[in-house]
Write a protein that binds this ligand. Structure first.
Ligand code: RIB
Ligand code: CA
Length: 311
C-alpha cells in the first residue's frame, strides 16, 4: 500500500507537469486520489486541459481530474504566460486530451475525497495558487481536522519572483493563502529559497533527454522551454524546478531540510503576497509550517531521472 494518498492541486505549467509525471512514476510511495486544476500560470480553461494532456502522454487516463476555481478569491487573476508560453505547456507537442473531466467542481471533490476517508490519511499537494483549497476549507471547516498535511510549493523566506517580496502562487491569491496558513492543518512549505537550488542545468536536461522514451522526450522539451525565461532573468545555468520538490519530498524526505516556523501572509500594500517567515521565531508565535531551506540537488535530479525512466 502506498505511503501517501494524495490530492494534487495544480496549474500546469511545465514544472507542475513534471511533478505530475514524478507522482505517476512512484506508485510504491504515492496513490493519486485525484488531480484538481486551478487558474494560475495560465487560465483554468488551459490548466484543466494541461493536466489531462500529461495524463494521456503517460498513458494514465484512469486518474480522475476536476476543474476548480477560475479566479482568485478577491484579486484579479494574473497569469504567467511570459514564463510558460501561451498554452502553459510550450516546449512539447501534446495532443488535445480525449479523456473527460469529472463532473462537479474541484472544491467539492477535495471535500468528498478527504471526508470519505479516515481522518489524517489524505495529503494535499498544492502546486499553484491556493484558491481551490481555501474554498474547500471555507465550505467544509471539518477539513482542518481531517487532512493529514498540506505539502505546497509557494512563498519565500527571502526574495519573491513576481515582486521583490512575493512568490507567484501566493501573490496570485494571498487571501486563499491566508486561509490555508491559518487553518491549523500541518503545512510543509517549499519556497523559492529551496526551489532555486534545484536548477535544470544542461547536463541534467540531457540526462532526462537521454532516457529515450516518448514521455522523457516530452519532459525534455517542456523543460528546455521552461529554462529560457529564468536562465535569462537570473543569468543562471538552469531554471528552478519548483513543483517537483513537493513530490520528491513525499518519496524521499531526507533530500530536504527545514524547520518549523510561524508564517504570515501579507494581504495589502507593496509587499502583498509575501510569506513573512519568522525563521528565528523572534515573535515567539506557534509555528504553523515547516519551511524547507536546504536540498541535495544532485540526489533530487537522480531521483527524478530514475523515476521518469519508468514511464
Ligand atoms: O513561483 C513558482 C510557482 O508558480 C510554481 O508552482 C509555478 O508552476 C507557478 O505556479
Ligand atoms: Ca505551479
Amino acid at each position: 500500500m502506498a505511503r501517501h494518498s494524495i490530492i494534487l492541486d495544480c496549474d500546469p505549467g511545465q514544472d507542475d507537469a513534471i511533478a505530475i509525471l514524478l507522482a505517476l512514476a512512484s506508485p510504491e510511495e504515492i496513490e493519486i486520489l485525484g488531480i484538481t486544476a486551478v487558474a494560475g500560470n495560465v487560465p483554468l480553461g488551459l490548466t484543466r486541459v494541461n493536466v489531462r494532456k500529461m495524463l494521456e502522454v503517460a498513458g494514465r487516463t484512469d486518474v480522475k481530474v476536476w476543474a476548480g476555481c477560475d479566479r482568485p478569491l478577491v484579486r484579479k487573476l494574473e497569469t504567467a504566460e511570459y514564463v510558460h508560453g501561451e498554452t502553459g505547456l510550450n516546449g512539447a507537442v501534446l495532443p488535445e486530451p480525449t479523456m473527460p473531466l469529472q463532473d462537479g467542481h474541484a472544491v467539492d471533490a477535495i471535500i468528498d475525497l478527504v471526508m470519505s476517508r479516515p481522518a489524517r490519511t489524505v495529503t494535499i499537494c498544492a502546486l499553484g495558487p491556493l484558491t481551490n483549497l481555501a474554498m474547500a476549507i471555507r465550505k467544509e471547516p471539518h477539513l482542518t481536522q481531517r487532512v493529514k498535511e498540506i505539502v505546497l510549493m509557494g512563498g519565500a523566506i527571502e526574495l519573491g519572483n513576481v515582486t521583490p517580496a512575493a512568490e507567484f502562487n501566493i501573490y496570485v491569491d494571498p487571501h486563499a493563502a491566508d486561509i490555508v496558513f491559518r487553518s491549523g492543518i500541518p503545512i510543509i512549505m517549499f519556497g523559492l529559497d529551496v526551489t532555486h537550488q534545484v536548477l535544470v542545468t544542461r547536463v541534467r536536461l540531457e540526462r532526462i533527454g537521454g532516457i529515450g522514451t516518448k514521455v522523457a522526450e516530452a519532459a525534455r522539451g517542456l523543460l528546455d522551454f521552461f529554462n529560457r525565461f529564468d536562465m535569462e532573468r537570473y543569468d543562471a545555468p538552469g531554471a528552478p524546478l519548483h513543483d517537483p520538490c513537493v513530490i520528491a519530498y513525499l518519496i524521499d524526505p531526507e533530500i530536504f531540510q527545514g524547520k518549523a516556523c510561524p508564517v504570515e501572509i501579507e494581504l495589502e500594500g507593496r509587499s502583498v503576497g509575501r510569506t513573512l517567515v519568522d525563521w528565528w521565531n523572534s515573535d515567539r508565535h506557534v509555528p504553523n509550517a515547516t519551511v524547507m531551506r536546504e536540498v541535495d540537488a544532485e540526489r533530487f535530479f537522480m531521483l527524478l531521472t530514475e523515476r521518469l525512466a519508468r514511464l
